[in-house]
Design a protein around this ligand. Structure first.
Ligand code: AHM
Ligand code: MG
Length: 338
């Protein structure tokens, strides 16, 4: 039987035909992200050979400096995006400030975490690239704060590349979520997961429970509830790599949590690079993302690197969790040591 294979390129062209006035600029950005992701993928796959080729940050046997993979990924993405000329500014988890391309006529701004979960590289655990795309609000004059730091609801695209047992691109432009798997034999991403949706059932939770004693009471009570009151115990699955944890929950059903703690009320994850893109993908896949008290996508960002608690996954489950957090007061108000 003949199987119909659709490449990412064919998919993009087909989607463009649905928008007769599309200039193609926006699709170019997706291509400009995908190109370096193949190179990052190659380097990530070589990471196990560090003992032979030299540790990252060291000098290899050829006497060359081996670049840390997260910095390599950062440079590869920035280079490709600016060469593509559609992007006028980039905010990256690896850089303190926005990188502005002087004189650029690009209409778009990209925020990204070029290699999230990179502490997992040494132990051969899946990691990912996360990106989101915004359109400039003012086309004339210098970039303003309102161009650079927009709410998550203003994203025009978001996605991630998962470097796992296979390499996948999952992205949305606000018309559903589609997943593509890299076929290494031909170097092409092929449509493998069209129109992705969270399954109806949610029986998995993903959280670093090592921090339990420092969670606020609402989070603790939710965790006690899903263990104590659900007819069948939830599965606990936590990799400690956001893209991999999120991706598994998207396919199987589940809630990912990175709550605030007593020491860090805003948790660990960054609103702009991690929470917003995942929230956009989640909502487009029928899910929901919350700080515990408000919709992630509605937060007006103040700084590039600001952090936020993140609860994301099946919509009903995240709403249920919000109920617990509300019941026990605003994050930070009620702390009961167990
Ligand atoms: P990073 O951006 O420094 O790589 O950190 C982000 C990662 C996420 O991928 C993951 O969800 C989280 O940190 C895990 O943190 P922890 O080890 O505290 O559970
Ligand atoms: Mg990160």
């Amino acid at each position: 039987m003949e199987r119909k294979v659709k490449t990412l390129e064919q998919f993009i062209i087909q989607k463009e035909q649905n928008f007769p006035y599309a200039t193609g600029q926006f699709s170019k950005i997706i291509r400009d992200i995908v190109l370096p992701s193949r190179i990052i993928n190659r380097e990530v796959n070589k990471a196990g050979l560090v003992d032979i080729l030299g540790l990252t940050g060291d000098t290899n046997i050829q006497g060359e400096q081996v670049q840390k993979l997260d910095l390599f990924a950062n440079e590869a993405m920035i280079d490709s995006l600016f060469k593509g000329r559609m992007v006028c500014a980039i905010g990256s988890e690896e850089n303190d400030d926005f990188i502005i391309k002087e004189g650029s006529t690009g209409k778009y701004i990209v925020l990204m975490d070029p290699l999230d979960g990179s502490s997992n590289i040494d132990v051969n655990v899946s990691i990912g690239t996360i990106f989101s795309v915004y359109r400039r609000k003012n086309m004339d004059g210098p970039l303003k704060k309102e161009d650079l730091l927009q709410k998550g609801v203003d994203q025009v695209a978001a996605g991630y590349i998962l470097y796992g047992s296979s390499t996948m691109l999952v992205y949305t432009t606000g018309h559903g979520v589609n997943g593509f798997t890299l076929d290494p034999s031909i170097g092409e991403f092929l449509l493998s997961h069209p129109n992705m949706k969270f399954p109806d059932k949610c029986d998995t939770y993903s959280v670093n429970e090592g921090h339990y004693r420092n969670f606020f009471e609402g989070t603790k009570e939710y965790l006690r509830h899903i263990k104590r009151d659900s007819p069948k115990p939830y599965k606990s699955r936590y990799i400690g790599s956001l893209v991999a944890d999120f991706h598994r929950n998207l396919l199987k059903g589940g809630i990912f949590m990175y709550p605030g703690t007593v020491e860090k009320p805003n948790g660990k994850l960054r609103l702009t690079f991690e929470a917003n893109p995942m929230a956009f993908i989640a909502e487009q896949a029928g899910g929901y993302a919350s700080t515990g008290l408000e919709r992630i996508l509605e937060i007006d960002p103040d700084t590039l690197h600001q952090r936020t608690p993140l609860f994301v996954g099946n919509k009903e489950e995240v709403l249920k969790l919000e109920g617990f957090i509300r019941k026990y007061g605003k994050t930070g108000e009620t702390i009961i040591q167990s």
